[in-house]
Design a protein around this ligand. Structure first.
Ligand code: PEP
Ligand code: MN
Length: 288
Protein backbone atom coordinates (compact mmCIF):
# COMPACT_ATOMS: atom_id res chain seq x y z
CA UNK A 1 0.00 0.00 0.00
CA UNK A 2 1.21 3.48 -0.79
CA UNK A 3 2.47 5.46 2.22
CA UNK A 4 0.34 8.39 3.33
CA UNK A 5 2.53 10.90 1.47
CA UNK A 6 2.23 8.99 -1.81
CA UNK A 7 -1.53 8.91 -1.72
CA UNK A 8 -3.29 11.03 -4.30
CA UNK A 9 -5.83 12.18 -1.73
CA UNK A 10 -3.27 13.71 0.65
CA UNK A 11 -2.11 17.32 0.44
CA UNK A 12 1.55 17.68 -0.44
CA UNK A 13 3.43 20.55 1.17
CA UNK A 14 2.11 23.83 -0.21
CA UNK A 15 -0.45 22.11 -2.45
CA UNK A 16 -3.73 23.97 -2.98
CA UNK A 17 -7.13 22.40 -2.30
CA UNK A 18 -8.61 20.71 -5.35
CA UNK A 19 -11.23 22.91 -6.97
CA UNK A 20 -14.23 20.72 -7.74
CA UNK A 21 -16.66 21.94 -10.41
CA UNK A 22 -20.20 20.92 -9.56
CA UNK A 23 -21.80 22.36 -12.70
CA UNK A 24 -23.51 25.65 -13.62
CA UNK A 25 -20.32 27.47 -12.65
CA UNK A 26 -20.41 26.37 -8.99
CA UNK A 27 -17.10 25.28 -7.51
CA UNK A 28 -16.06 23.93 -4.13
CA UNK A 29 -12.55 24.10 -2.74
CA UNK A 30 -11.54 27.50 -4.08
CA UNK A 31 -12.27 29.20 -0.77
CA UNK A 32 -15.92 30.13 -1.22
CA UNK A 33 -18.63 28.40 0.81
CA UNK A 34 -21.45 26.53 -0.92
CA UNK A 35 -24.74 25.22 0.44
CA UNK A 36 -26.38 22.18 -1.14
CA UNK A 37 -29.96 21.88 0.09
CA UNK A 38 -33.21 20.05 -0.52
CA UNK A 39 -35.35 17.23 0.78
CA UNK A 40 -34.05 13.88 1.95
CA UNK A 41 -36.26 12.13 -0.59
CA UNK A 42 -37.94 13.43 -3.71
CA UNK A 43 -41.60 12.62 -3.01
CA UNK A 44 -43.92 14.17 -5.62
CA UNK A 45 -44.18 17.14 -8.01
CA UNK A 46 -45.54 19.55 -5.43
CA UNK A 47 -43.03 18.68 -2.72
CA UNK A 48 -40.06 18.90 -5.10
CA UNK A 49 -41.33 22.20 -6.49
CA UNK A 50 -41.90 23.76 -3.05
CA UNK A 51 -38.66 22.47 -1.57
CA UNK A 52 -36.65 23.79 -4.52
CA UNK A 53 -38.40 27.16 -4.47
CA UNK A 54 -37.67 27.44 -0.73
CA UNK A 55 -34.00 26.62 -0.93
CA UNK A 56 -33.50 28.84 -3.98
CA UNK A 57 -35.25 31.70 -2.15
CA UNK A 58 -32.85 31.15 0.75
CA UNK A 59 -29.86 31.34 -1.60
CA UNK A 60 -28.80 27.67 -1.91
CA UNK A 61 -26.03 27.02 -4.43
CA UNK A 62 -27.09 23.50 -5.45
CA UNK A 63 -30.15 21.28 -5.06
CA UNK A 64 -30.22 17.87 -3.45
CA UNK A 65 -32.84 15.12 -3.31
CA UNK A 66 -32.78 11.34 -3.08
CA UNK A 67 -34.46 9.23 -5.77
CA UNK A 68 -32.95 5.93 -4.60
CA UNK A 69 -33.11 5.84 -0.82
CA UNK A 70 -31.01 3.48 1.30
CA UNK A 71 -33.62 2.73 4.00
CA UNK A 72 -32.99 0.59 7.06
CA UNK A 73 -36.37 -1.12 6.63
CA UNK A 74 -37.44 -2.58 3.30
CA UNK A 75 -40.98 -1.41 4.14
CA UNK A 76 -39.98 2.28 4.32
CA UNK A 77 -40.37 4.60 1.31
CA UNK A 78 -37.63 3.62 -1.12
CA UNK A 79 -37.72 6.70 -3.35
CA UNK A 80 -39.32 7.53 -6.71
CA UNK A 81 -36.43 6.25 -8.81
CA UNK A 82 -36.28 7.71 -12.33
CA UNK A 83 -39.47 9.73 -11.81
CA UNK A 84 -37.72 11.53 -8.94
CA UNK A 85 -34.55 12.09 -10.94
CA UNK A 86 -36.62 13.72 -13.69
CA UNK A 87 -38.28 16.07 -11.19
CA UNK A 88 -34.91 17.02 -9.72
CA UNK A 89 -33.31 17.60 -13.12
CA UNK A 90 -36.24 19.85 -14.08
CA UNK A 91 -35.65 21.99 -11.00
CA UNK A 92 -31.95 22.21 -11.80
CA UNK A 93 -32.74 23.50 -15.28
CA UNK A 94 -35.39 25.89 -14.01
CA UNK A 95 -33.17 27.44 -11.35
CA UNK A 96 -29.86 26.98 -13.23
CA UNK A 97 -28.34 25.14 -10.29
CA UNK A 98 -26.44 21.84 -10.14
CA UNK A 99 -28.36 18.87 -8.75
CA UNK A 100 -26.99 16.19 -6.42
CA UNK A 101 -28.46 12.74 -5.86
CA UNK A 102 -27.30 9.45 -4.38
CA UNK A 103 -26.31 6.49 -6.52
CA UNK A 104 -26.79 3.29 -4.54
CA UNK A 105 -25.77 0.73 -7.09
CA UNK A 106 -23.48 0.35 -10.11
CA UNK A 107 -26.52 -0.66 -12.19
CA UNK A 108 -28.11 2.78 -11.56
CA UNK A 109 -25.13 4.72 -12.92
CA UNK A 110 -26.18 5.09 -16.59
CA UNK A 111 -29.56 6.47 -15.47
CA UNK A 112 -28.04 8.76 -12.85
CA UNK A 113 -25.62 10.44 -15.25
CA UNK A 114 -28.54 11.26 -17.55
CA UNK A 115 -30.14 13.37 -14.84
CA UNK A 116 -27.68 14.58 -12.20
CA UNK A 117 -24.68 16.90 -12.17
CA UNK A 118 -23.16 15.42 -9.01
CA UNK A 119 -23.21 11.82 -7.78
CA UNK A 120 -23.51 11.24 -4.04
CA UNK A 121 -22.12 8.09 -2.47
CA UNK A 122 -23.92 7.51 0.79
CA UNK A 123 -22.55 6.54 4.19
CA UNK A 124 -23.75 2.95 3.79
CA UNK A 125 -21.93 2.62 0.48
CA UNK A 126 -18.65 4.29 1.39
CA UNK A 127 -17.08 0.81 1.61
CA UNK A 128 -18.65 -0.41 -1.64
CA UNK A 129 -15.43 -0.65 -3.61
CA UNK A 130 -16.99 -1.81 -6.87
CA UNK A 131 -19.33 1.22 -6.74
CA UNK A 132 -16.37 3.52 -6.02
CA UNK A 133 -14.46 2.10 -8.99
CA UNK A 134 -17.46 2.48 -11.30
CA UNK A 135 -18.24 6.04 -10.12
CA UNK A 136 -14.60 6.96 -10.75
CA UNK A 137 -15.26 6.30 -14.44
CA UNK A 138 -18.66 8.04 -14.60
CA UNK A 139 -17.35 11.49 -15.54
CA UNK A 140 -19.26 13.30 -12.80
CA UNK A 141 -18.10 15.09 -9.63
CA UNK A 142 -18.76 13.08 -6.49
CA UNK A 143 -19.86 13.86 -2.93
CA UNK A 144 -18.40 11.03 -0.84
CA UNK A 145 -20.02 10.67 2.56
CA UNK A 146 -18.15 9.24 5.51
CA UNK A 147 -19.42 5.84 6.59
CA UNK A 148 -20.93 5.99 10.08
CA UNK A 149 -18.42 3.39 11.26
CA UNK A 150 -15.50 4.58 9.18
CA UNK A 151 -12.25 5.95 10.53
CA UNK A 152 -10.80 9.03 8.86
CA UNK A 153 -8.21 6.75 7.28
CA UNK A 154 -10.88 4.48 5.78
CA UNK A 155 -12.83 7.48 4.48
CA UNK A 156 -9.73 8.90 2.79
CA UNK A 157 -8.88 5.50 1.31
CA UNK A 158 -12.40 5.29 -0.12
CA UNK A 159 -11.71 8.67 -1.78
CA UNK A 160 -8.39 7.25 -2.97
CA UNK A 161 -10.34 4.67 -5.01
CA UNK A 162 -12.02 7.55 -6.87
CA UNK A 163 -8.80 9.48 -7.43
CA UNK A 164 -6.85 6.38 -8.40
CA UNK A 165 -9.66 5.51 -10.82
CA UNK A 166 -9.10 8.83 -12.58
CA UNK A 167 -11.64 11.15 -10.93
CA UNK A 168 -10.17 13.91 -8.77
CA UNK A 169 -13.47 15.83 -8.65
CA UNK A 170 -14.35 14.63 -5.17
CA UNK A 171 -15.93 16.47 -2.24
CA UNK A 172 -15.80 14.75 1.15
CA UNK A 173 -18.86 15.01 3.40
CA UNK A 174 -18.74 14.46 7.18
CA UNK A 175 -22.21 13.27 8.21
CA UNK A 176 -21.64 12.00 11.72
CA UNK A 177 -20.48 8.68 13.11
CA UNK A 178 -21.94 6.19 15.57
CA UNK A 179 -20.67 6.53 19.11
CA UNK A 180 -21.58 4.97 22.48
CA UNK A 181 -24.17 7.71 23.00
CA UNK A 182 -27.50 6.99 21.35
CA UNK A 183 -29.30 10.21 22.33
CA UNK A 184 -28.64 11.76 18.96
CA UNK A 185 -28.79 10.04 15.58
CA UNK A 186 -25.02 10.37 15.13
CA UNK A 187 -22.03 12.23 16.56
CA UNK A 188 -20.75 15.06 14.37
CA UNK A 189 -16.98 14.79 14.14
CA UNK A 190 -16.04 18.39 13.49
CA UNK A 191 -12.45 17.90 14.61
CA UNK A 192 -12.16 15.00 12.16
CA UNK A 193 -13.58 17.25 9.44
CA UNK A 194 -10.97 19.92 10.22
CA UNK A 195 -8.16 17.32 10.29
CA UNK A 196 -9.19 15.90 6.93
CA UNK A 197 -9.48 19.38 5.47
CA UNK A 198 -5.94 20.13 6.64
CA UNK A 199 -4.30 16.87 5.59
CA UNK A 200 -6.16 15.94 2.43
CA UNK A 201 -6.35 18.14 -0.64
CA UNK A 202 -10.07 17.61 -1.16
CA UNK A 203 -12.76 20.10 -0.13
CA UNK A 204 -14.81 18.94 2.85
CA UNK A 205 -18.44 19.76 3.56
CA UNK A 206 -20.62 18.95 6.57
CA UNK A 207 -24.10 17.44 6.74
CA UNK A 208 -25.69 18.88 9.91
CA UNK A 209 -28.93 16.95 9.25
CA UNK A 210 -27.89 13.27 9.41
CA UNK A 211 -25.18 14.06 11.94
CA UNK A 212 -27.75 15.25 14.48
CA UNK A 213 -31.16 13.86 13.51
CA UNK A 214 -32.86 16.82 15.21
CA UNK A 215 -34.16 19.93 13.48
CA UNK A 216 -33.25 22.12 16.47
CA UNK A 217 -29.58 21.12 16.23
CA UNK A 218 -29.14 21.64 12.50
CA UNK A 219 -28.56 25.41 12.53
CA UNK A 220 -26.12 25.40 15.49
CA UNK A 221 -24.06 22.58 13.94
CA UNK A 222 -24.16 24.18 10.48
CA UNK A 223 -22.79 27.42 11.95
CA UNK A 224 -20.17 25.50 13.93
CA UNK A 225 -19.09 23.70 10.75
CA UNK A 226 -18.71 27.01 8.93
CA UNK A 227 -16.73 28.46 11.84
CA UNK A 228 -14.50 25.37 11.85
CA UNK A 229 -13.58 25.90 8.19
CA UNK A 230 -15.85 23.52 6.27
CA UNK A 231 -16.08 24.31 2.56
CA UNK A 232 -19.86 24.00 2.56
CA UNK A 233 -22.96 22.23 3.80
CA UNK A 234 -25.33 19.51 2.65
CA UNK A 235 -28.59 20.19 4.46
CA UNK A 236 -32.08 18.71 4.36
CA UNK A 237 -35.02 21.06 3.86
CA UNK A 238 -38.68 20.05 3.50
CA UNK A 239 -41.71 22.30 2.87
CA UNK A 240 -43.64 20.40 5.57
CA UNK A 241 -41.26 18.28 7.68
CA UNK A 242 -44.17 16.77 9.62
CA UNK A 243 -45.43 15.02 6.47
CA UNK A 244 -42.00 13.99 5.12
CA UNK A 245 -41.70 10.38 3.92
CA UNK A 246 -38.09 10.27 5.09
CA UNK A 247 -36.06 12.08 7.78
CA UNK A 248 -38.74 14.65 8.71
CA UNK A 249 -37.45 15.15 12.28
CA UNK A 250 -34.15 16.55 10.99
CA UNK A 251 -35.51 18.63 8.09
CA UNK A 252 -35.37 22.41 8.25
CA UNK A 253 -38.53 24.28 7.30
CA UNK A 254 -38.16 26.92 4.57
CA UNK A 255 -38.24 29.61 7.28
CA UNK A 256 -35.47 27.95 9.29
CA UNK A 257 -33.40 27.49 6.13
CA UNK A 258 -33.80 31.22 5.47
CA UNK A 259 -32.65 31.90 9.02
CA UNK A 260 -29.55 29.72 8.55
CA UNK A 261 -28.65 31.39 5.25
CA UNK A 262 -29.11 34.80 6.84
CA UNK A 263 -26.75 33.95 9.70
CA UNK A 264 -23.96 32.20 7.78
CA UNK A 265 -22.44 35.30 6.09
CA UNK A 266 -21.36 36.77 9.43
CA UNK A 267 -19.61 33.52 10.42
CA UNK A 268 -18.01 33.25 6.98
CA UNK A 269 -16.81 36.85 7.10
CA UNK A 270 -15.26 36.16 10.50
CA UNK A 271 -13.25 33.34 8.91
CA UNK A 272 -12.32 35.41 5.84
CA UNK A 273 -14.73 33.74 3.46
CA UNK A 274 -18.00 34.30 1.66
CA UNK A 275 -20.79 32.46 -0.15
CA UNK A 276 -19.99 31.08 -3.59
CA UNK A 277 -20.99 33.55 -6.27
CA UNK A 278 -21.31 36.55 -3.95
CA UNK A 279 -19.54 39.85 -4.55
CA UNK A 280 -16.04 39.83 -3.10
CA UNK A 281 -15.70 41.93 0.04
CA UNK A 282 -12.91 44.44 -0.42
CA UNK A 283 -11.96 43.99 3.22
CA UNK A 284 -11.46 40.24 2.90
CA UNK A 285 -7.93 39.07 2.12
CA UNK A 286 -6.93 35.52 0.84
CA UNK A 287 -9.40 32.72 0.56
CA UNK A 288 -8.23 30.16 3.08
C1 PEP B 1 -28.75 11.33 2.41
O1 PEP B 1 -27.97 12.29 2.30
O2 PEP B 1 -29.90 11.36 1.98
C2 PEP B 1 -28.30 10.11 3.11
C3 PEP B 1 -28.96 8.96 3.00
O3 PEP B 1 -27.23 10.32 3.87
P1 PEP B 1 -26.21 9.28 4.55
O4 PEP B 1 -25.72 8.38 3.44
O5 PEP B 1 -25.16 10.17 5.11
O6 PEP B 1 -26.98 8.54 5.60
MN1 MN C 1 -31.93 11.87 4.81
Amino acid sequence: MAGQEARKVMRKAGEATTVVSLGHGLTLGGGDFAVIAGPCALENVEQVDKASAAVVAGGAHALRGGAFKPRTSPYSFQGLGEVGLKLLAEQGRKHRLPVVSEVMDVAQLPLMVDYVDVLQIGARNMHNFSLLRAVAKANRPVVLKRGFGATLEEWLLAAEYLLDGGNDQVVLCERGIRSFDTTLRNTLDLAGMAWVREHSKLPVIVDPSHSTGHQSLVIPMALAAAAAGADGLLVEVHPTPETALCDGPQALTPALFGQLMGTLPAILAATGRRFAGSTPLAAVGGTR
